[in-house]
Design a binder for this molecule. Structure first.
Ligand code: NAD
Ligand code: ZN
Length: 356
C-alpha cells in the first residue's frame, strides 16, 4: 500500500514476513542513513527486540521506555532526546518507532523535533497501530489534555509485521478493534456490517481475516489523510468518538482505560447524540449490545459538567463550543458544533443507558 499525503508519499508493508524488509528499506533511504535509534517500550523490547536487531545490517542504539499510556509524557520525551544526543544521532540518522501507538506517537514526536526533524520508520506491534502508525500525527500527553503537544511528521515507511500481533492480550485486541469499527462507521457501511456480524474479534483475528480487516481499515485512514493531511477539513472525521474518548482518558488518568475502550464509549455517545440531532434510529442499541458482548467496559461514571469542560479543551473546539463528529447515517459523518446544554443532556441520558 502507498500512503499519499501532500507532503510525502511512503510505503506501508503489511504481512507475515515484513520484518525481513526492514534492512532494505533503511538501505534504500536517501541520503544514506548514518545511525539508527530504536525506541520501544519495555514489553515489546522483552518480546521482540532481539528479532528486530538481528534483522538489521547495522548496529542500532536502543532506548527503552516503560510501558503504558501514562509514559507518553514530557519526562520520557526528554529522556529519549537525551539518548539520541548521547548516541550522537545527526540529521542523517533514523529513529525506528517500535511498539504500539504510545511509542509510535512518542518516538515520532522525538523524530519530529530532534535537530528540527529527522526521519523515522514506524514498526507497529498493536492492532490499534493500524491507525496510529499511519498519517503522521505524533504527540505526547499533558496532564491537562491528551495529545496536546505534538506535530505532523510523516514516517519514511510503515512496516506492519503481523506476527507481532499474536502476543497481544485480549484487552489490547479489543482496543484496536474499536478503531477499526471507527474507520468502518465513518466511511464504509459494508465494512461495518462485516466487522460486526462476520468477525469474532477475539478468535478470528488471524490469517486472512486479519489481513483483510487491516487492509480495509488502513485504506480508510489513508484515503482520509490523502485528502487532508493537516486536518483543515475531513481529517476531523477520524476523531469520531474521540471528543468524549479523550476527555475520559484525561479524566480517568492516562493508562486507566485503554484508548480503544475510551473511543468505544465515545462512539456510543456520539451515535446516541446523532440519534437525537437527526431524529432517527442509527443503531445505537445494537452497537452498544455488540460492544458489551465483547467485554468493552461501560463509560466511567464521571460528572457530566466536568466532562463537558474537558471536551471544550479538545483541539477541535472553537470559540468555546464543542465540535463533534456526528453520524447522519452509518458509513457517513460530518462535523457540527453542539451546544453545552445538549451535550450535558445527552451525556446524562447516555450514562443512564450505560447503567450508571
Ligand atoms: P500502547 O502502545 O500503549 O500498547 C498497549 C499495550 O500493549 C502496552 O502495554 C504495550 O506494552 C503492549 N504491547 C504492544 N505491543 C505488544 C505485543 N505485540 N504483544 C504484547 N503486548 C504488546 O497502546 P496502543 O493501543 O497501541 O496505542 C494507543 C495510543 O495511540 C494512544 O496514545 C493514542 O492516543 C494513540 N493514537 C494515535 C493516533 C495517531 O494518529 N497518531 C491514532 C490513534 C491512536
Ligand atoms: Zn484513536
Amino acid at each position: 500500500v502507498h500512503i499519499e499525503t501532500t507532503s510525502k508519499r511512503y510505503p506501508l508493508y503489511l504481512g507475515e514476513a515484513v520484518l525481513t524488509e526492514l534492512s532494505s528499506v533503511l538501505a534504500a533511504l536517501k541520503p544514506a542513513v548514518s545511525k539508527v535509534l530504536i525506541i520501544c517500550d519495555e514489553t515489546v523490547a522483552g518480546l521482540f527486540l532481539e528479532q528486530v536487531q538481528e534483522s538489521l545490517q547495522q548496529e542500532a542504539h536502543v532506548h527503552v521506555v516503560p510501558s503504558g499510556e501514562q509514559e507518553k509524557s514530557f519526562a520520557n520525551y526528554y529522556a529519549a532526546q537525551t539518548s539520541a544526543l548521547e548516541a550522537g544521532l545527526d540529521r542523517r540518522s533514523v529513529i525506528i518507532a517500535f511498539g504500539g501507538g504510545m511509542v509510535g506517537d512518542l518516538a515520532g514526536f522525538v523524530a519530529a523535533t530532534y535537530m528540527r526533524g529527522i526521519r523515522f520508520i514506524q514498526l507497529p506491534t498493536t492492532l490499534l497501530a493500524h491507525d496510529s502508525a499511519v498519517g503522521g500525527k505524533v504527540a505526547i500527553n499533558h496532564p491537562l489534555g491528551k495529545n496536546m503537544i505534538g506535530a505532523f511528521h510523516q514516517p519514511e515507511a510503515v512496516l506492519y509485521h503481523t506476527p507481532f500481533l499474536r502476543t497481544l492480550p485480549e484487552k489490547e485486541l479489543r482496543s484496536g478493534y474499536a478503531e477499526m469499527m471507527k474507520h468502518a462507521l465513518i466511511w464504509d457501511a459494508d465494512f461495518y456490517t462485516w466487522l460486526r456480524d462476520q468477525v469474532r474479534i477475539l478468535s478470528d483475528l488471524q490469517g486472512e481475516v486479519l489481513q483483510t480487516a487491516l487492509k480495509r481499515a488502513i485504506g480508510v485512514k489513508a484515503a482520509v489523510v490523502a485528502e487532508d493531511e493537516h486536518e483543515t477539513g475531513i481529517r476531523a472525521y477520524l476523531n469520531f468518538g474521540h471528543t468524549l474518548g479523550h476527555a475520559l482518558e484525561t479524566a480517568c488518568g492516562y493508562g486507566k482505560l485503554t484508548h480503544g475502550d475510551a473511543v468505544a464509549a465515545g462512539m456510543r455517545f456520539a451515535i446516541l447524540l446523532s440519534e437525537t440531532v437527526y431524529g432517527k434510529s442509527l443503531g445505537y442499541q445494537e452497537l452498544s449490545d455488540w460492544f458489551f458482548s465483547y467485554g468493552y467496559p461501560p463509560c466511567p461514571a464521571l460528572d457530566a459538567a466536568e466532562l463537558l469542560q474537558l471536551m471544550k479543551k479538545d483541539k477541535k473546539a472553537a470559540g468555546g463550543t464543542v465540535h463533534m463528529v456526528l453520524m447522519p447515517e452509518i458509513g457517513r459523518v460530518e462535523t457540527m458544533s453542539v451546544s453545552d446544554e445538549l451535550i450535558v443532556q445527552v451525556l446524562r441520558q447516555f450514562q443512564e443507558q450505560e447503567g450508571l
